[in-house]
Design a protein around this ligand. Structure first.
Ligand SMILES: Cc1cc2nc3c(=O)[nH]c(=O)nc-3n(C[C@H](O)[C@H](O)[C@H](O)COP(=O)(O)OP(=O)(O)OC[C@H]3O[C@@H](n4cnc5c(N)ncnc54)[C@H](O)[C@@H]3O)c2cc1C
Length: 288
């Protein structure tokens, strides 16, 4: 490789220590955040921002039409990162802290799904809880023994464009291609053209709405030359046709039912366990 970018998020230091045997130049604190999903509580599309007892901010957001998303927690992860899940304590915490503000408190039994992630937070040496840590990022470019190595420390979703632009600004000269930045006004994939209201009028309205909001202008690619539901292949689960599964495999590298149901879409929330199983079986049949 002419250059290597370590964008392993919360695992950035592990990547340096493992494959590259390099000491980290920054310290990260890894802080798990968990979310719970319950059946819809909100009367309309507005979200609520609530304050927890210790001053942290919690949110309740209308989610996927029929649900409400509640988050989040901050739990320092000190061991090696594995498959992080919301603990029973975190679920109880979210229920208890939101209960202060709700006429009808959320009960842990109401939770239909939960998920957790780990934030890569730069350790700026300040004492205090995770809420007080900076959400800023740092980019370190070094040229160890071989190709130049750029490591991304920290970062937010909201700043990813600035971060990416800065990263490419640093790498351009290294690659002998110091082009001026051009992405600030570039549209993201799926937003290249206005959504076309006339696209696929033959799709049932609910399916059309879901596909359009998931894929934006890429829906035209997904549908290809299809001119009716019969062109979308087998309906593997309600509202999920083979054509979408093939698109997700080819364009987004989905490899299993979990990728489709929970990572690329949130269809898992809307389907029953036997329907989700149908998707898993489809992948099994397809890959055998
Ligand atoms: C609970 C929670 C709430 C958040 N809320 C917000 C928010 O409201 N607003 C906001 O802007 N940001 C938020 N963030 C932060 C945001 O999600 C992260 O900052 C962002 O995902 C960082 O992006 P990244 O690409 O650097 O790392 P990641 O998204 O973590 O991606 C790193 C990738 O590297 C892969 N990887 C790791 N090691 C290796 C290896 N050795 N080889 C190959 N691949 C590897 C991982 O599998 C992963 O896919 C939140 C994060 C969490 C956890």
């Amino acid at each position: 490789a002419r250059v290597l970018v370590n964008a392993a998020g919360p695992w950035a230091a592990d990547f340096l220590a493992g494959p590259l045997s390099k000491p980290p130049s920054q310290r990260l604190r890894r802080v798990r955040g968990s979310h719970i999903v319950i059946r819809r509580r909100m009367p309309d599309a507005r979200a609520l921002l609530l304050q927890a007892a210790e001053g942290r901010v919690l949110f309740m957001i209308p989610y996927e039409g029929d649900f409400t998303l509640i988050g989040t927690t901050e739990v320092e992860v000190t061991e090696a990162l594995r498959h992080e899940v919301a603990s029973a304590e975190e679920i109880a915490y979210l229920c208890a802290q939101t209960a202060v503000w709700l006429r009808e408190p959320v009960r842990p039994e109401e939770v239909v799904w939960h998920y957790a992630g780990v934030r890569p937070l730069l350790d700026d040496g300040e004492a205090g809880g995770a809420s007080a840590l900076t959400r800023d990022y740092r980019l370190d470019l070094s040229a160890p023994d071989g190709a130049p190595l750029l490591t991304v420390w920290g970062g937010k979703l909201t700043t990813f464009r600035c971060l990416a632009e800065e990263a490419v600004d640093k790498l351009g000269p290294v690659l002998g291609d110091p082009r001026p930045a051009w992405t600030a006004r570039a549209k993201l994939p799926g937003a290249e053209t206005e959504r076309d209201a006339a696209i696929a009028p033959w799709l049932p309205p609910a399916l059309r709405q879901r596909l359009a909001s998931t894929y934006g202008s890429r829906l035209a690619t997904l549908l290809g030359s299809a001119s009716g539901l019969e062109d979308l292949g087998v309906e593997v689960a309600p509202g999920l046709f083979e054509r979408e599964l093939h698109y997700l495999m080819q364009e987004t590298w989905a490899r299993c039912a979990e990728d489709v149901l929970w990572r690329r879409t949130k269809l898992g929330l809307h389907l029953s366990a036997p329907e989700r199983e149908q998707v898993a079986l489809w992948f099994q049949r397809f890959s055998s």
